[in-house]
Design a protein around this ligand. Structure first.
Ligand code: SF4
Length: 78
């Protein structure tokens, strides 16, 4: 078995100027995002744009689509 693990192909960008902390994204992506006391997302890996594992891509796309403030975007993980 190969020990090589491909990097996730996507990162989640959060536009902090738009986010108003409703917390929907943290409910859809609980393994990637935590939430602070006010409902704003906190990335669990501490990065500004967390990597989205391929198995979470559908949930991440749902979060982007459903964010009420259009604050989320998926970007290539370059
Ligand atoms: S769903 Fe959108 S508005 Fe709500 S916390 Fe996440 S980024 Fe912010």
């Amino acid at each position: 078995m190969s020990r090589y693990r491909a990097r996730p192909t996507l990162r989640l960008h959060i536009d902090w100027t738009r986010c108003d902390g409703r917390g929907l994204c943290t409910e859809l992506l609980p393994t990637a995002l935590d939430r602070d006391d006010w409902g704003y997302p906190l990335t669990r890996d501490g990065s500004r744009e967390p990597e989205i594992p391929d198995r979470l891509e559908a949930d991440a796309r749902a979060a982007v689509r459903l964010c009420p403030r259009l604050a989320l975007a998926l970007r290539p993980n370059s």
